[in-house]
Structure formats: structure tokens, C-alpha cells
Design a protein around this ligand. Structure first.
Ligand code: HEM
Length: 488
């Protein structure tokens, strides 16, 4: 009895909230008391509650107790145990938050592909102003259309590339860019408003609240980067003879990189929430799975996947430079670039791209601004990515690693092999068919799919500390409740 009481007192101070209630309530009852059947009911309710819902606010738990016809004392305890407002964040974010984050990531995936289409159809410079609020509406009458067209007619792109464009063609490219911007606004609102709601209603952990605020900030910043990019395609110096009016490849790459980061952040945060819920549904299985993941045999694989993620991201950035410089329109053979496997040295390291007299910026200017070398870089990075994925696959099949590898990680690595093969095939097709819109858009979507694959595989190999701590606590709670029931 003494041991039982001591155990419960400790549990009451250390364990999760359900056990605080249950432990205190059990302590106030004697096993032989007439309330014992209620007690059993109550304990079962608490345990099933702890299994169905991860860790919940005390107020909700008290409802459950009431529903289970708990005694007046239990309700009193529940009332007095209500956490203070500042500490009322739950220990696991609501499942709905996880689904909403994944839906937001899907929306970002969509806008990235649509943004690629906007660029490929040369529609991105059709709206020459940035009006974050009033720009939500397209021109509504002939006079407004004429005014918008007038502004476009003053732009370098119209003067140098599209001087024969009429109003109906203009409307087509205008609607592409307008839809892209409207979709951006939608992503912003459909993220920021639920963020405010979820934080105000304490449906997320404090850490997740920080993540949501961070992503909201990044979405706003992305709008700004988008406009900064468009501005670079409207500059007056692009009127110069021989210049090609298009946005800066650096700004295009920044815009694409920010979108990829935003997507990755949403995806990982959403997966984490759902994974925590899954683990808490069956804490024993989760504890076993987490232990398997801590095997030292998996350390190299984990590090390799992190490295591979960085490599894929770098390949993506180099692809954005290819797109930004229209470098896919030259050297359209797959095994050769001109006469040889690579173009001549004099073409790759050309002083034409230097801005310094002494040529000290020769190498990096050519790497980032010379279309021939930029395409060669992308080819090299793409083949390195492909080789790295294949190497990872074969490494994961070695007898030592295979035995320690959880099934879902194995599937993740298999998936990566398919995704990278598809992406290379799409890249080659885009190149040899000289960048047709559908193939180039599919190649961009493929890059995001490949990034998704590596992020998911990496996530399956890691165990978030917070989830592990919750699982441990849940197991302790179950133990205490179990022993309480056994005592009764
Ligand atoms: C293995 C991984 C690869 C990744 C992750 C990747 C990624 C990308 C990305 C993100 C873009 C920019 C798309 C845009 O902004 O519209 C791009 C463009 C491009 N990539 Fe790749 N790529 C890969 C492989 C290849 C291969 C093997 C080739 C051909 C040899 C290739 C050829 C191209 C071309 C020609 C473009 C320019 C398309 C355009 O102008 O829209 N890529 N790549």
C-alpha cells in the first residue's frame, strides 16, 4: 500500500496530465470502497482517452471524467488542475494541423509548377506593377485593359520581343501572371489565418507555433522576392540593343529556392505532427521502432541522406540558373556538347563575363552567368545526384545495413531510385527536344518530387526528441493506470 501510494505520488508530480488526475483520484479511494466500480470505469476512460488522443488539455480530460460519471472529487481535481493560460499549450499539436500543413505544402507544389509554366510561356513580365491588395482584381473593363496594355507596351519585353502582340495575346499572358499572383495571395491567407487560429486556440505546441510563424514570415518574404525578381526584367538598361529582356537568373534562383524551402518546411512539419500521433496511438510499437532507428549501423545512411538532400538542393539551384539563362536552348545533344564531350576551354572560361579588369572574377562569373558552363554544371550535378542515389541504394542493400533498416526506410530509398531516374529522363527529354513547355514543367515538378522523396526518407530515419519523450511518458502513464486498475 505504501509502495502504491509513493508510486502514485511520484507519478502525480512527474507524469503527463492524465496520470495526475488518475493518480490523485486513485489515491483518494480505498480499493474496497463502494466507488470501486466507478473507479474502474474512470481509469479505463482515462486510459482509453490517453490512447485515443495524445496529450490533451486538462479541461478536455475533465469532460471525459464527467462523462464517465466520475465522483465529485475527480471533477474538483480536474478543475483545480487546469493549467494557467500561459502554459496551456498542448504537448502534441492537433492532428488537423498536420493535415493542413500537408495540404499547404501541396498548394506550394502546385504554385511552383504553375510558376514554371508562367515563365515558360513568357508571361511573367506582363504585369508591371506590384499592388498586393488592389491587384487581386484583374482589369474589369476595356479602359482598364487598355491602361494595363499601355504599361506593358512601354516595357523592354514588349519593345524587343513582342512588338506585334495584340490585346487578346496580352490578355492571355496577363491572366497567367495574375493567376500566379492570386494563388500566392491564397497561400498567404490560407496559411496565416489558420496559424492565428491554431495558436490562439492552443491547438499547437509552443515549438510548432514558432514554426508556423516562421513559415508565415517566409511566405510574405516570398511575395517580396517575386516582385524583386519581376523588377529585374523591367529595368531600363534592358532596352539596350542586343540585350534579352528577362529576369535576373540570380533572382529567379532565389525565388525558386525560397519556394522549395517553404515547401520542405511545411512538409516536414506536417509529417512530424502526424508521426507523433501515429506513435502515440501505439506507444509500445513506436518505442520499439525508435530503438531500432538508434542502431549505430544506420548512422552512415542517415548522414548520407542529409548530404544527398544538400546535393539535390544544389542541383535544383543550378537548374534554376539554366532556366534563368535559357541555357537549355543550346547544346541539345545528350552525349556531346558541340564537337566534344564538353565545350572548348576558351568558351567555358570566357573573359567576356568578367566585370573586373584583372579577371579575378573569371571563374565564378562563368560558373553562374555563362550559359555553356551553367549547362555543363547542371549536367555534372545531375549525374552526381543520380550516382549518389544509386550508391545509397546499393549501400542500403548490403547485408549489414539491410538487416537493421526499417521497412518504410527501405521503401523510401527504393522510391528515390525511381524518382531520380524519372527526373534524369525528363531532364534529357527537355534538353533534346529544346525545352518544350510540358516537358520543362514536368521536369520542374520532378525536381520537387525528388526533394520530397529524400525528405521523407530522411524523416523516416530520424526520431524527433519531443516525440520520443512523449512516447516514454505515455508508456509510464499506461503503466500507472494499469497498476491502479490491478489494485482495484
Ligand atoms: C537529377 C536531377 C535533376 C534535378 C534535381 C534537376 C532540376 C532542375 C530544375 C529545378 C530546373 C529549373 C526548372 C525551372 O525553373 O523551370 C531544371 C532545369 C533544367 N534542367 Fe534539370 N534537373 C536534373 C537533371 C537534369 C538532366 C539530367 C538534364 C539534361 C541533361 C537536365 C536539363 C535541364 C534543362 C535543359 C533545364 C532548363 C529547362 C527550362 O528552361 O525550363 N536536368 N532542372
Amino acid at each position: 500500500m505504501v509502495f502504491f501510494q509513493l508510486g502514485l505520488r511520484r507519478a502525480a508530480t512527474q507524469l503527463a496530465r492524465p496520470s495526475i488526475l488518475c493518480g490523485q483520484f486513485l489515491r483518494q479511494q480505498t480499493p474496497a470502497s463502494p466507488a470501486s466500480s466507478k473507479l474502474t470505469k474512470l481509469a479505463r476512460a482515462a486510459r482509453s482517452y490517453a490512447t485515443d488522443k495524445p496529450i490533451s488539455p486538462i479541461a478536455e480530460l475533465s469532460d471525459k471524467f464527467r462523462a464517465a460519471n466520475a465522483s465529485k472529487e475527480a471533477q474538483d481535481i480536474a478543475q483545480t488542475s487546469k493549467p494557467s493560460k500561459s502554459s496551456s499549450f498542448p504537448e502534441a499539436s492537433d492532428k488537423a494541423v498536420g493535415y493542413w500543413l500537408l495540404a499547404s505544402a501541396a498548394s506550394v507544389f502546385g504554385i511552383v509548377v504553375f510558376g514554371g509554366l508562367t515563365r515558360l510561356t513568357e508571361s511573367g513580365l506582363s504585369i508591371t506593377e506590384w499592388k498586393p491588395v488592389t491587384g487581386s482584381l484583374p482589369p474589369l473593363n476595356d479602359a482598364q485593359w487598355e491602361s494595363e496594355f499601355e504599361k506593358y507596351r512601354a516595357s523592354p519585353e514588349f519593345k524587343l520581343i513582342n512588338p506585334h502582340m495584340d490585346l487578346s495575346d496580352f490578355k492571355r499572358i496577363y491572366f497567367m501572371e495574375w493567376t500566379h499572383r492570386l494563388w500566392g495571395r491564397f497561400i498567404g491567407l490560407s496559411f496565416v489565418l489558420p496559424t492565428v487560429y491554431f495558436i490562439a486556440r492552443r491547438r499547437v505546441t509552443p515549438r510548432m507555433a514558432g514554426t508556423l510563424v516562421g513559415i508565415s514570415g517566409l511566405i510574405g518574404f516570398q511575395g517580396f522576392i517575386g516582385w524583386w525578381m519581376v523588377q529585374s526584367g523591367l529595368k531600363d538598361d534592358l532596352f539596350a540593343p542586343g540585350s534579352h529582356p528577362r529576369v535576373s537568373q540570380y533572382r529567379l534562383a532565389t525565388h525558386l529556392a525560397a519556394a522549395f524551402v517553404c515547401y520542405s518546411w511545411m512538409l516536414l512539419a506536417g509529417l512530424k505532427v502526424l508521426r507523433t500521433h501515429k506513435a502515440l496511438r501505439d506507444p509500445q510499437a513506436a518505442a520499439k521502432a525508435f530503438k531500432a532507428l538508434q542502431s549505430p549501423i544506420l548512422r552512415v545512411l542517415r548522414g548520407s541522406i542529409t548530404g544527398l538532400t544538400a546535393l539535390i538542393f544544389t542541383t535544383v539551384l543550378s537548374g534554376a540558373l539554366v532556366a534563368g539563362l535559357d541555357a537549355g536552348l543550346i547544346y541539345n545533344d545528350i552525349f556531346k556538347m558541340g564537337e566534344g564531350i564538353v565545350p572548348p576551354q576558351s568558351e567555358l572560361w570566357n573573359r567576356f563575363y568578367c566585370r573586373k579588369e584583372d579577371g579575378s572574377d573569371l571563374w565564378w562569373r562563368n560558373m553562374l552567368e555563362n550559359p555553356s558552363l551553367v549547362q555543363l554544371d547542371h549536367r555534372i550535378l545531375a549525374m552526381t545526384t543520380f550516382t549518389a542515389v544509386m550508391a545509397l541504394f546499393f549501400y542500403s542493400r548490403t547485408a549489414r545495413v539491410k538487416g537493421a533498416l526499417p521497412k518504410d526506410v527501405r521503401k523510401g530509398v527504393n522510391g528515390l531510385v525511381h524518382l531520380v531516374s524519372l527526373q534524369v529522363a525528363l531532364g534529357i527529354s527537355t534538353l533534346i527536344y529544346i525545352v518544350p513547355v510540358p516537358l520543362a514543367a514536368a521536369h520542374q515538378a520532378g525536381a520537387l518530387a525528388l526533394l520530397t522523396g529524400v525528405l521523407v526518407a530522411g524523416q523516416r530515419l530520424r526520431v524527433p526528441h519531443s516525440t520520443m519523450a512523449l512516447v516514454k511518458r505515455r508508456l509510464q502513464v499506461d503503466k500507472v493506470i494499469e497498476s491502479g486498475i490491478n489494485r482495484v
